[in-house]
Design a protein around this ligand. Sequence first.
Ligand SMILES: [Fe+2]
Length: 245
Amino acid sequence: MTAMQSRILGPEVDRTRFGLGSAYTVELFTPDEVAEVSSAVRDVPAELRHECWRTSGDCGMATIGEPLYRNRERLDYYAASARRENLPLYRHFRFAHERVAGFFEERYGVPVVYAESLAVPGFHVFTFDRPGEYDGGGWHVDGLYAQVPYLAARQREVEGVVNFTLPIEVPDGGSGMDLEDNRPDSFQPGGGPAVTVPYVPGSLMFTEFDHWHRIAGSRCFEPGQRRVTMQGHGVRFRGRLLLFW
Ligand SMILES: [Fe+2]
C-alpha cells in the first residue's frame, strides 16, 4: 500500500456486531501517547477535577470537566462550567482532543466544532483501592441531543450521532462497556443480543446509534487500580460534527 492510500483509508476500524447494532474500535494512540495522556490526567489542575462519589473506603469516582448527564437539573451551572473550563481543559489535553477530532473529521468528512456553553469532552476517573470485582454503571441510552435545549428544539436537523470512549487506564483484570440491541417486538430499549466490548488503552471505541448500554464491571487483581476514560458525544448538525459531553 502506498503512503497516499494509507492516508486516504486512515486507521483500520473494527466492527463488533450485536443483533442489528454495531460498536466500533480503532487504535488511535501508541502506548507512549497513552502514557502522555495518563500523566496529563494525573497532573490536571485541581479546579478541573470534580469528585463525584466514594463508597465505604474502596472505590471512588471523579470527572475531569462537568458532563451534562450529571447536571441535567442545573443546566445554568453546566453552561457556566463549560464557559469557565473549556479552554483550560482543551489546552491541557490538546493532543488527545486533536487526535480524536481528526479521526472523526476524516470518517465523516465534516469539520469538528465545539460550543462555548457545551463542555468539551472530559474524563471519568475511577479508583479501586482494593483487589476485587466492582459493579459497572446503570443501563441507559445517551440521547444527548435531546437534553440540550438548543438541539432539542432542532431535533429534525440532527443528521447523526456518535458516542465515544477513549480508554486511557484499564484495571489489570479488565473493564469495558456492555451493550444490548433493542428487541424488534418491544418499545422498551435493550433486551436483544448483547455484547461486552473490552477496553484497551489507546483504542477509541464508538457507536453511531444511541444503544442501550452501561459501564461494564471492573476486575482488579492488584490494589490501587484506576479506570480512566475520555468520554464524548457528537451530533452531526448543519454540516458539522459538534463534540461535547
Ligand atoms: Fe452512556
